[in-house]
Design a protein around this ligand. Structure first.
Ligand code: MG
Length: 288
């Protein structure tokens, strides 16, 4: 299934894609959830009712609606993987040769509120090197502790697209990535969460990013150095990954800082992040 958070008459509603290709609110199926986080936690309990509801005479939303980030307000900071695609290591490492797999880099990113799939990314005047990073987002569905790689995907609810927008000068200034990636509006997400049973092989998804229509990133999730299963196993070895945890799994090569000279984003630019089987995020930049 494909789950959405939509805004109808300024009210946020959790919805599922119906057979007509339009979203059907869970409320109209008799399934009451507070929001996407609540659905994720209670999915095992309500899944059958949603499936049965979609098989009957479900009525899609008839009023105008807007698609929001599927998890508008994450309960915790996002867990991110750094330099997790081989060609991105080469472009960010100033020529350092990696002849063996290094330990995975984990860091975090705050999103007080995720940006919407068509939202505006603010261009703050103190940022002079704003960059894009298309990433596969993993949404944990059940509390995971001490989970092996073999069973890791059983703990996943579904997958989405994240643009890990990054202010490179803020990253460099503070010697750490957290602040430069956590500014308001820097986490576009969506357009939906595709459940794990529907997405197929998560290591065969095409992942790309275009700026003003020009291809900048284009790879396959099969090029990840630490695949999703290994990341969940490693992270959960001594830290509970709670249901609703969002993991951003790293970006392929082609980011703005990777070219010489760098090609950063400017006000007015349109960034389109796409992953096959999930959809697209199309965000524009506006001076703040
Ligand atoms: Mg990233």
């Amino acid at each position: 299934m494909r789950f959405y958070t939509i805004s109808v008459n300024n009210t946020e509603m959790t919805a599922v894609l119906g057979p007509s290709g339009e979203p059907v609110t869970l409320e109209s199926l008799g399934v009451k959830v507070r929001d996407m986080n609540d659905l994720i936690r209670r999915y095992d309990e309500v899944k059958d009712r949603i499936v049965r509801g979609l098989e009957k005479d479900c009525v899609p939303v008839t009023e105008p609606y807007r698609i929001l980030a599927p998890v508008p307000v994450p309960e915790q900071d996002l867990v991110c993987l750094g330099v997790n695609y081989r060609e991105h290591i080469l472009e960010t490492s100033n020529g350092i040769q990696f002849d063996k797999k290094n330990d995975t880099v984990y860091f975090s990113k705050r999103a007080n509120r995720c940006n919407d799939p068509d939202g505006v990314i603010p261009f703050y005047d103190f940022v002079d090197s704003l960059d894009y990073e298309v990433e596969l987002g993993v949404i944990i569905g059940r509390d995971a502790f001490g989970v092996s790689a073999e069973e890791a995907l059983d703990y996943v609810f579904g997958y989405t697209i994240i643009n890990d927008v990054s202010a490179r000068n803020i990253q460099r200034k503070h010697g750490q990535w957290y602040l430069g990636k956590s500014l308001d509006g820097y986490t576009p997400m969506g357009p939906c969460i595709v459940t794990k049973d529907e997405i197929g092989d998560i290591h065969r998804l095409q992942i790309s990013c275009h700026v003003n229509g020009e291809e900048r990133q284009n790879s396959s999730t099969g090029m990840m150095i630490t695949p999703v299963e290994e990341a969940i196993a490693e992270l959960s070895e001594g830290m509970t990954l709670k249901a609703g945890t969002i993991i951003a799994t790293g970006t392929p090569g082609g980011v703005g800082m990777g070219t010489n000279p760098p090609r950063y984003l400017k006000p007015g630019d349109t960034v389109c992040c796409e992953i096959s089987g999930i959809g697209k995020l199309t965000n524009t930049l506006e001076k703040k």
